[in-house]
Design a protein around this ligand. Sequence first.
Ligand SMILES: CC(C)(COP(=O)(O)OP(=O)(O)OC[C@H]1O[C@@H](n2cnc3c(N)ncnc32)[C@H](O)[C@@H]1OP(=O)(O)O)[C@@H](O)C(=O)NCCC(=O)NCCS
Length: 162
Amino acid sequence: MLRKAKLGDVDAIVALLTGYAKQGLLLPRSRQSVCETLLQFRVVEEQGEVLGVAALHILGDDLAEIRSLAIAEPAHGRGYGRQLVEALCEDAAQVDVPRVLALTYQESFFLRCGFHVVDKSSLQQKIWKDCIHCKKFPVCDEVAMIRLTPVGLLQLAQPAAV
Ligand SMILES: CC(C)(COP(=O)(O)OP(=O)(O)OC[C@H]1O[C@@H](n2cnc3c(N)ncnc32)[C@H](O)[C@@H]1OP(=O)(O)O)[C@@H](O)C(=O)NCCC(=O)NCCS
C-alpha cells in the first residue's frame, strides 16, 4: 500500500535511508530533518512494514526534486520504486510544477520512469540552493534527470512569446 508518511514511520524511514547513505547511494537524513519535512514523504507499507520511501521537495516555481528514494533490498523489482515516483510526479502536477528532477546514480531506473538526462549546469536553482552545500560539490558524479509533468508538456507545446 502506498500512502503518505506518518510520524510513526520516521524511524523506519531513517533506517532505510541510512543503509543506502552508508553505501553512498543517497544523502544521509537525520531523524529531525525527516520529521521537519514529513509532509513531503510517501511510503510503501506491506503488512505493517515500511518497504519503500521517497519525498518531493519543491525547489522553485518551475522545479521539484525527488529525494530520498529507497526501497528495501528484499522488495526490489516489485514496482514499488516506480509507484513512488509516479505518485510524487502526480503531487508535482497537482500544484502545477512543470518539471521534476532526480539527481541519481540510477540512470536506467529513471529512464524506465520517463525521465531524461539533462546537463547539470542547466539547473542553476538547484546548484545555488543545495549543491554548493554538498560535500561532493563541485565534483558531483550523479546524473541529473528531468521528467516533465502535464503542465511542463503544455508549456513546451506553446509557442514562445515574442
Ligand atoms: C533504484 C530503486 C529505487 C528501484 O526501485 P525498485 O522498486 O526496485 O524498482 P521498480 O521495481 O519499480 O522498477 C521499475 C523499472 O525500473 C527497472 N529497474 C529498477 N532498478 C533498476 C536498476 N538498478 N537498473 C536498471 N533498471 C532498473 C525495473 O526493471 C523496472 O523496469 P520495467 O520498466 O521493465 O518494469 C531501488 O533499487 C533502490 O532503492 N536502490 C537503492 C537506493 C537508490 O539508489 N535510490 C535512488 C536514489 S536517487
